[in-house]
Design a protein around this ligand. Structure first.
Ligand SMILES: [Zn+2]
Length: 338
């Protein structure tokens, strides 16, 4: 890509999207951005769905799918479950979409070639989520709003609300916490042997993500089918093994949140969402609050339910709209929070 390409894409930023797409590891959802429009859903051509298919083929199929969804002459906001530089459209990696592949892929350029009539804006899915959370759920005067997605992968983003900015490094990244080594309780040291989809070991995403929790259920119960449903049923029935699995999976997330709060005193709201948080619902939130309510040291503030009600939100299904968030991120609509 040339410097001119980069500048051209930057100058078309902050405009109004007319169509939005959310590419998740399992489903790709899309909607026209107009009143009363319905959301369509098709399977994502990802390594999660099609293990063994070469990454080059998966990438071609994704470009083809997005190209086929976009209406003529549309301005499209794409939310993508990937580490990506949304200033350029270059994707650095996505374990759910492409496994361990870590060669940068210029998806923005590929889409522009496939559908040159369309203006494409690529937005990291956590950027879309934190923007929607800030627009819909942040209290007036909020300084920083964070969002942690716990789904097929794990990632975090923090929005500086007054400045309407998500600070990024030179690759356009922030908050790729899923591939940090997890902090586990001493009795769970065996979890540090877990292998992550990215190829690493003991990563947070290998233990606390949906696939990580499923592995945990299989290890501890010998279940061979539908481990997540089995966990939900066990939690519903108040079974001790299920609560133990949940606690092992949530503890590294709680440790991460302590670190985030310690380093960011302006974080006025921290929301969690994604399939794991939404699917396990109140059981997840209760376990997280229990783990965080005990101060780890004199430096940790006491946190009671009133504190959690103000600072921590576990989102229920439908409380975060990635399609609206991607569109809002493109138009800079998080400024509306101020
Ligand atoms: Zn990893």
């Amino acid at each position: 890509m040339t410097a001119l390409d980069t500048r051209d894409r930057a100058t078309v930023a902050r405009e109004t999207a007319t169509f939005a797409v959310d590419v998740g590891g399992t489903w790709t959802r899309s909607r026209r951005l107009e009143d009363g429009a319905t959301t369509d859903r098709v399977p994502t051509p990802s390594v999660l769905r099609r293990p063994g298919v070469p990454v080059a083929v998966l990438r071609e199929d994704l470009v083809e799918l997005l190209g086929s969804l976009a209406p003529s002459l549309a301005t499209v906001a794409v939310s993508l479950g990937a580490a990506l530089d949304d200033r350029t459209g270059v994707v650095h990696g996505s374990a759910p979409l492409w496994g361990a592949a870590d060669d940068p892929f210029d998806l923005g350029a590929a889409l522009a070639r496939r559908r040159p009539d369309v203006v494409w804006h690529l937005v990291n899915d956590v950027t879309a989520a934190v923007t929607d959370v800030a627009v819909r759920h942040a209290p007036a005067g909020a300084r920083h709003v964070g969002y942690l997605t716990v789904s097929s992968g794990i990632a975090y983003r923090c929005l500086d609300v007054p400045r309407s900015r998500i600070e990024v490094d030179e690759r356009g990244l922030q908050g790729e916490v899923g591939h940090l080594v997890a902090q586990v309780d001493a009795e769970d040291a065996d979890l540090l042997l877990s292998r992550c989809e990215c190829g690493g070991r003991a990563h947070l995403a290998a233990i606390s993500s949906g696939p990580g929790i499923a592995r945990l259920v299989v290890q501890r119960t010998g279940a061979t089918s539908d481990p997540v449903a089995r966990l939900s049923a066990g939690l519903g029935a108040g079974e001790g093994w299920a609560q133990g699995v949940l606690r092992s999976a949530v503890a590294p997330v709680a440790a991460l949140l302590r670190t985030v709060w310690t380093l960011d005193p302006h974080l006025d709201l921290l929301a969690l969402g994604g399939g794991v948080v939404e699917g396990l619902g109140t059981a997840y939130e209760r376990t997280l609050r229990e783990l965080l309510s005990t101060p780890a040291s004199y430096a940790d503030p006491p946190r009671d339910d009133a504190w959690f009600d103000e600072h921590l939100r576990c989102c229920a299904p439908g409380e975060v709209d990635l399609l609206a968030g991607a569109a809002a991120a493109v138009s800079g609509a998080s400024e509306a929070v101020r």
